[in-house]
Design a protein around this ligand. Structure first.
Ligand code: MN
Length: 252
């Protein structure tokens, strides 16, 4: 398969995983930067992630213009292009409305990593409020000005919360952004469950850095989660074989 076909296949799997893990529902989306052209990205047409097949993936310019395609795109595709434009290091983006993060978008209480698997959101999770610069809107990221404002708020961080709406997550690979998007709501639930029990002990910046330093995107541990989530989501048959590098290193 070409890099593009592999990227599309992985993107379909990512959509199904995020749907099955309740990160997205009818709404929410995941994209990857085009493997051969960093000025473009791949994102499904306007369709719920659980239903997405290879043929539903469209190609976009960073400004959100579809490339040779007249199908209906997601209105909020500007989230993706604006983040790719601002962050050359980012290869994959998720936008979701996961309920567990919402309390942290509407109160001053910061979302911070409190469980080990939540560490990848990083020390700082900013909250973007569309009203600050755009006044009363329908809260949707409906153009590049909105998207660029969100990307500015994200800055060099991995996750930005969106007030009264959800979150946007960005990472250097698809597997990392999916993993982060699965664990951000779980971390939020743990933090909410702890609230009222006593003072909350968050991960320290040193612990967060230690986990980031130890993370290998092609390790057997990383693959284990991808394989598990994909099979649960009913698309195990679409999986790539385990990367050769990891398979040879970890034969047991
Ligand atoms: Mn949205």
């Amino acid at each position: 398969m070409t890099d593009l076909r592999l990227a599309i296949r992985d993107l379909v799997v990512a959509n199904r995983i995020l749907a099955n893990e309740d990160v997205v529902d009818a709404y929410g989306h995941v994209s990857i930067r085009h493997p051969a052209d960093p000025t473009r990205y791949l994102l499904a047409r306007s369709l719920s992630p659980e239903l997405i097949e290879r043929d539903d993936i469209m190609e976009f310019e960073l400004d959100g213009t579809p490339v040779g395609d007249t199908r209906q795109p997601y209105l909020e595709r500007f989230i993706h292009g604006a983040i790719y434009e601002a962050r050359p290091d980012v290869q994959a983006v998720v936008h979701a409305h996961a309920e567990a993060v919402l309390p942290f978008t509407i109160t001053p209480t910061p979302l911070q990593p409190v469980i080990h698997s939540g560490s990848f959101m990083g020390v700082h999770v900013p909250v973007w409020d569309i009203r600050d610069d755009f006044g009363d809107t329908n809260l949707l990221v409906a153009n590049m000005a909105h998207g660029r404002d969100l990307a500015r708020c994200l800055g060099a961080d991995n996750v930005a919360l969106m007030r009264g709406h959800g979150f946007a997550a960005a990472a250097r690979s698809l597997i990392e952004v999916v993993r982060m998007s699965v664990y951000v709501p779980r971390n939020a639930r743990a933090l909410l469950a702890a609230t009222g029990l006593g003072p909350v002990k968050a991960l320290s910046p040193g612990e967060i850095a230690a986990r980031a330093a130890g993370y290998q995107p092609h390790s057997p541990e990383t693959w284990r989660a991808w394989e598990y989530w994909a099979r649960r989501a009913g698309c195990g048959h679409m999986l790539a074989r385990r990367p050769v590098r990891s398979a040879t290193k970890s034969r047991r």
